[in-house]
Design a protein around this ligand. Structure first.
Ligand code: ZN
Length: 142
């Protein structure tokens, strides 16, 4: 059976998940955290880098900051999109205020910026706040 590698966003452990179980609420074999949470996780830069390199599912990162109004407007839309895209992509958030060097490393010039990573590479990015339907369409149009 085909398996997907997913990095646990809580502890960084790599997990192999059978494709058929992707929508069945798989949990990390090490710490028990949900691998495909419906609520986009705020990730640590080290874990983000590991997930970018190892994950078999597309990883969609919302680079945001607490002081950014459009980011706050987009947050509930991003959460709804994550729910719609369960099993197709993982949506996560990175706080560029808390992790300032990370925004630079990924060349984030304005926020919110969405970056789609797939199999270790950046595929696309999009700046500016989007609605749920726009986020879902953007993720699927690959
Ligand atoms: Zn874990």
């Amino acid at each position: 059976m085909a398996e997907k590698t997913l990095t646990c966003l809580a502890c960084g452990q790599l997990n192999r998940v059978p494709e058929a179980r992707l929508t069945a609420g798989p949990k990390c074999g090490s710490c028990g955290a949900a691998l495909l949470s419906k609520q986009p996780a705020d990730v640590d830069p080290a874990i983000l880098q590991k997930a970018v390199q190892n994950d078999d599912l597309p990883l969609i990162v919302d680079f945001w900051a607490p002081w950014c109004g459009p980011c706050k407007m987009m947050a509930p839309e991003f959460t709804k999109a994550a729910d719609k895209l369960t099993g197709q992509a993982r949506l996560v958030k990175l706080d560029t205020q808390r992790h300032q060097s990370t925004g630079g490393r990924y060349r984030i010039k304005g926020i919110p910026t969405l970056v789609a990573f797939e199999r270790g590479k950046e595929k696309r990015r999009q700046s500016g706040a989007l609605r749920e339907g726009q986020i879902v369409a953007w993720v699927k149009a690959r």
